[in-house]
Write a protein that binds this ligand. Sequence first.
Ligand SMILES: C[S@@+](CC[C@H](N)C(=O)[O-])C[C@H]1O[C@@H](n2cnc3c(N)ncnc32)[C@H](O)[C@@H]1O
Length: 748
Amino acid sequence: MGKGRSKHQGLPDPIEMYHPHLAKKRKVDDEDEKPSKRKRGDKKSKAAPVVPEKKNGKAVKQANGTKSKPTATLPTKKGAKESAPKPKANGKKAPPPPSDSDEGSDDDDMEWEDEDDEVPQGKLSAADFMGSSDDEGLDSNDEPNLDSDSENSVYDSGDDEARPIFSDDDLSGSDAEEQLTAANIAGLTRKLDLQIAQEAEEAEAEFQEQITTNIGTDEVKPFVIGAATSEEDAAKSLASLTPDLALLRTRINDVVRVLEDFSNLCEAGRSRTDYTDQIISDISAYYGYSPYLAEKLFHLFSPSEALSFFEANETPRPLVIRTNTLKTHRRDLAQVLINRGVTLEPIGKWSKVGLQVFESQVPLGATPEYLAGHYILQAASSFLPVMALAPQENERCLDMAAAPGGKTTYMAALMKNTGCIFANDANKNRAKGLIGNIHRLGVKNTIVCNYDAREFPKVIGGFDRVLLDAPCSGTGVIAKDASVKTNKTDKDFLKLPHLQKQLLLAAIDSVDHNSKTGGYIVYSTCSVTVEENEGVVEYALKKRPNVKLVDTGLTFGVEGFVSFRGKTFNEKMKMTRRYYPHKYNVDGFYVAKFRKVGPSPVGTTSAVPEDVEEVEQEIGAMDIDEEGNDKEKEKKEGPGAFDWSEDEEDKEMMEKSLRRYKRRKGIDPRADPSKAGTKAKKEEAPEEDKIQKPESKKPESKKPESKKPESKKLDDEGKGKEKPAKAKGDKKDKPAKSKGFVRVSKKA
Ligand SMILES: C[S@@+](CC[C@H](N)C(=O)[O-])C[C@H]1O[C@@H](n2cnc3c(N)ncnc32)[C@H](O)[C@@H]1O
């Protein structure tokens, strides 16, 4: 979507593409805060602002950022210097990004349409200012690996047919809107002149740089593999410890060229693997990734696209706020914020509630409007899962992993505070933040609970829609949390998918397939790895043939993988959507939408009843050697086999976990499985058989008689008058833990 950004920025910038002058202006600001090249573990990488405020009312930094580049040319490896093409002066230029799609946006004009035309409750009043101040900073943006929030409900996912999410209705053309736009333009034009001059200078510098290198001259074969380096030289180079960033960058560019035109450009006797190993090692050194993660991420893309991806992770994504339509309209909010010195724009036609902030004279996390809950700071990609879920008014929905509540509160806004949302999070502290946001944003249809979500639907089931925004490795939000570059290991990519699979099964089992309006499950992560996305979805499709993938309704996004490194997935996987920072200038994200078409297998009242920690212990106990290879798997598939948690492996882990769980509960694990912990056995029965059983036998919870808010069924202590812990149809089931619900708001 969107047009390409200026080549100096190196990345497409779809969100602000609607007004090229704004994008250009932003570039000028970027120059002011251009960071030096980040290296592995560099704290600078954490600089992405959550609330980009400065103290004492100083200007807020721009949300979108800076292009990092090597800061120093250090002593180079002698041999490598000889073998590599003449290095660029500072190696700062990224390769041109792949052109981005125009999906989902028309760039003509700003769209100031609000999500709905109803007058929201509550204009700003004294009471509005009483929002909990500890809400600030609880938005997902400040949570490493975690994202927040949501999007609007123009899309009705009541049927599988994809409808446009984004309305075509456009500008009203009112004077007020024109003034609004004019106010922004005035604020931006000043810097445009500066930028033009600066760009001219940069163009000249770039030209000079080009003519001193052979980059772009296809006739010259890059000589990039360090064979010419003698062992002695190599030792000397190692001793110097500090890599020559310019050299690395040059070699990365050269290897990309070779890999993309291998037959013409490869050196004699060098294999593709030699080049691939070289570039992964260089990327790891240059951008500061562990070699393990650099390799994992590199293989998701073509070489040049991979480079764009790594480069995009060096710059923060745009700062976006979501209008809380429970309290205000986007147009009104924009006007108020502009009056306060905020320069902003609608994020595009694909959302009627998002505003991209370019700069601000006030701290956005402490304005009266913020405190009154008129908006929430929320990454644009976090809108997407809620858009895909498209919760309807009066439905009963579950947000399984909800803290700090960006998506929950968006769901509530789409549902216009009707129906009921169960917002669950296993982490009590984070659940407090969730409650804070719910209060601040005036959400009144939500019940907060604190369970391990794998206990659903044993806690309660029969939902019209379930959102599982799963805990994940955060490989999509590296720009926000650079620690991901080095702190994720092979074990993380075993245990996280394992947890995600369990959670997804629980999500599916918690949905009422007979829902008149819904029957949908949305699975999302802020990770781009295949194990955490397509791998998890594939597992769920196999384990639960009573669900099918459906169109997300999202009009942009890259199709999910139907095959990856020798593994083939369900062909419907292309209906799932991937989002990348280099392509859409949003956090990396993944969204899959399922429709439940039949009851879940008998006995599936919880996916696996053990604690997260136990899963980690289980996985820790797996037969993994020091290099992280699963020895059993290697025996079967040979060394280096792609690492998939296959069904057998999962089953074994689940059974082990179940045995531990039973022991902990004082149940003999060898006792009659029909009395306790029947799941492991039942999982072994053919799924088809199980779903054919008459519905009377299945333990799916009954749908509530009417779609009354569930809160009515809870007493003031949050205990269910009608036990919320009842599993579908299983009257013996009790809440697995005494954590219970927290009633955070009474129905108005
Ligand atoms: C990606 S974050 C959720 C962000 C949230 N959806 C939002 O938009 O603000 C993942 C959440 O999952 C929670 N979590 C991790 N394991 C869980 C489990 N087993 N059950 C429920 N929640 C869990 C974490 O505490 C974390 O808050």
